[in-house]
Write a protein that binds this ligand. Structure first.
Ligand code: NAD
Length: 497
């Protein structure tokens, strides 16, 4: 059984030494990480190919370029993000220093999943570094080649005390979770998410859970079907459907279904040729367990497109199923593979009702030319994200937060939201000990009286924020003088009452 005491002890000592509070130190670590991605791009692509038979183009877009751009974004914005915020002050705090200080949590744990084994681990790691934390980095053991790359190469670029890599499966992770962390960031299934959440409860450790679930895709008859089919199939088939935000199933009428199937057959031929298995552009299922699980799901409904498979390569042909029932396993569990069931609904209203009767999805996709209908979907449903006439791409918009809601997760990251996830917003009030300030606030002290009470109510009453700093300074001085006179009057009067 692994023992993580030493690793944690070194990380805690490193955090208490204060080195990660230094912004130049954080910047240097992030630059090193960026250099690591640049210098080892080919190795990363090879590891992804070995684990998932991932085509190079997909690896570039969704892992290496994504991770590089994420770090570039952080490096551009870091000096601004680390600044304390100075929120508009109320009247009563006009003379005080009111600020929100960005504090790192301390030693945080980031646990990655196998489907995007580098990006899902190292993007939150970069955010945690940017925010000034020490980070224990735990790759998924299931993508074994990528886990090996992370364990062998990342420590050559990052400070080893502050950012240790630990490897292992469920038992090692369970052991790791016995340690006390200041924050846990987990990506993976909802089932394991519950285990992580329960473990975090022991020390009330704050947690982000990036989970999965079934993300529906509604199509109406107003769409340009060719474009809709391409965008939906690309979202379904990238990484062989093993994407948390892949459109899980389609909701549409029978009429739309027929057109979808005709176009889908044509698009698949255009992309992968007559013999899909020989195409280099389709990844494979990660392992035999998932392969068998997917074959079980293919038994639901009727195959309208595809349906072939080859266990020796863990190949499953892109498959569209029709005539599925709500109670079929394929409509109950997350698919996470290249199988797309179509469930028929009569109207958009029925689709909304269907979605709202289930767990809140990670994302809802709507394909329609009607802005009114898109708005209606957005307004009437709850999900981690929402995208109209597109799939997957919302995840790449770095100014948007990414995360689930309800059973699809809690918390968010990407860009500034990642920095904020790993930052404790410390409320800071600074006063001086001047006689004027003391006089102004002395009505709070016993012995209490009605007069003191009404003076306090007057001082504390919420007022519209003052328009600008210069005016507020002038007003503060004027009010300070006025209130001192008033306070003196009240206090003298109450002592003579
Ligand atoms: P996985 O098996 O790689 O597990 C994720 C992590 O949890 C791994 O590091 C693993 O070691 C650890 N783990 C597994 N079992 C554990 C246990 N019993 N106790 C403690 N730790 C354990 O990945 P997975 O869970 O199969 O990932 C697929 C799921 O992740 C899908 O549901 C998918 O939708 C979801 N996912 C979500 C996102 C997101 O950003 N929301 C991204 C990718 C995947």
């Amino acid at each position: 059984m692994a023992n993580f005491d030493d690793t944690l002890q070194r990380a805690r000592l490193a955090f208490s030494s204060g080195k990660t509070r230094n912004v130049s130190f954080r910047r240097k670590q992030l630059e090193n990480l960026l250099r690591c991605y640049e210098e080892h791009e080919n190795e990363i692509i090879s590891a992804l190919e070995a684990d998932l038979r991932r085509p190079k183009q997909e690896s570039l877009i969704v892992e290496t370029e994504f991770m590089k751009n994420d770090i570039r974004h952080i490096l551009f914005q870091l000096d601004e993000w680390v600044q304390s915020e100075k929120p508009p002050k109320s009247f009563v705090n006009m003379m005080d220093d009111v600020q929100i200080y960005n504090d790192p949590f301390g030693v945080v744990l980031v646990i990655g999943a196998w489907n995007y084994p580098l990006q899902l681990l190292l993007v939150p790691v970069a955010s945690a570094i940017a925010a000034g934390n020490c980070v224990v980095i735990k790759p998924s053991e299931i993508a074994a080649n990528c886990a090996k790359f992370i364990a062998d190469v990342i420590p050559k670029y990052l400070d080893n005390d502050c950012y240790p890599v630990v490897c292992g499966g469920p038992s090692e992770t369970a052991e790791l979770l016995n340690q006390r962390f200041d924050y846990i960031f987990y990506t993976g299934s909802t089932r394991v998410g519950k285990i992580i959440h329960a473990a975090a409860n022991k020390y009330l450790t704050p947690t982000t859970l990036e989970l999965g679930g079934k993300s529906p895709c509604y199509i109406d008859k107003s769409v340009d079907m060719r474009t809709a089919v391409k965008r939906i199939l690309w979202g379904k088939l990238i990484n062989c459907g093993q994407t948390c935000i892949a459109p899980d199933y389609i909701l549409c009428s029978k009429e739309v279904q027929e057109k979808f199937i005709v176009e889908a057959k044509d698009v698949l031929k255009e992309w992968y040729g007559e013999n899909i298995q020989s195409s280099p552009d389709l990844s494979r299922v990660i392992n035999a367990n998932n392969f068998q699980r997917l074959l079980g799901l293919m038994k639901s409904g009727r195959v309208a497109v595809g349906g072939n498979y080859d266990a020796s390569e863990r190949f499953i042909e892109p498959t569209i199923l029709v005539d599925v029932k709500e109670t079929d396993p394929i409509m109950e569990e997350e698919i996470f593979g290249p199988i797309l069931p179509i469930f028929n609904v009569e109207s958009a209203y029925d689709a909304i009702k269907f979605i709202n009767a289930r767990e809140k999805p990670l994302v809802i996709y709507v394909f329609s030319n009607s802005n009114k209908l898109v708005k209606e979907f957005r307004r009437s449903t709850t999900s981690g994200g929402f995208s109209s006439n597109e799939t997957i791409m919302h995840c790449g918009v770095d100014v948007l937060p990414f995360g689930g809601v309800g059973m699809s997760g809690m918390g968010r990251y990407h860009g500034k939201y990642g920095f904020e996830t790993f930052t404790h917003k410390k409320s800071c009030l600074g006063k001086d000990l001047s006689p004027l300030g003391e006089k102004l606030s002395s009505a709070r002290y016993p012995p209490y009286s009605d007069r003191k009470g009404s003076l306090l109510s007057f001082l504390l009453r919420k007022r519209r924020p003052l328009p600008n700093l210069h005016l507020s300074h002038v007003l503060a001085i004027g009010l300070g003088v006025g209130l001192t006179v008033l306070t003196n009057y009240y206090l003298q009067k109450s002592s003579t009452d």
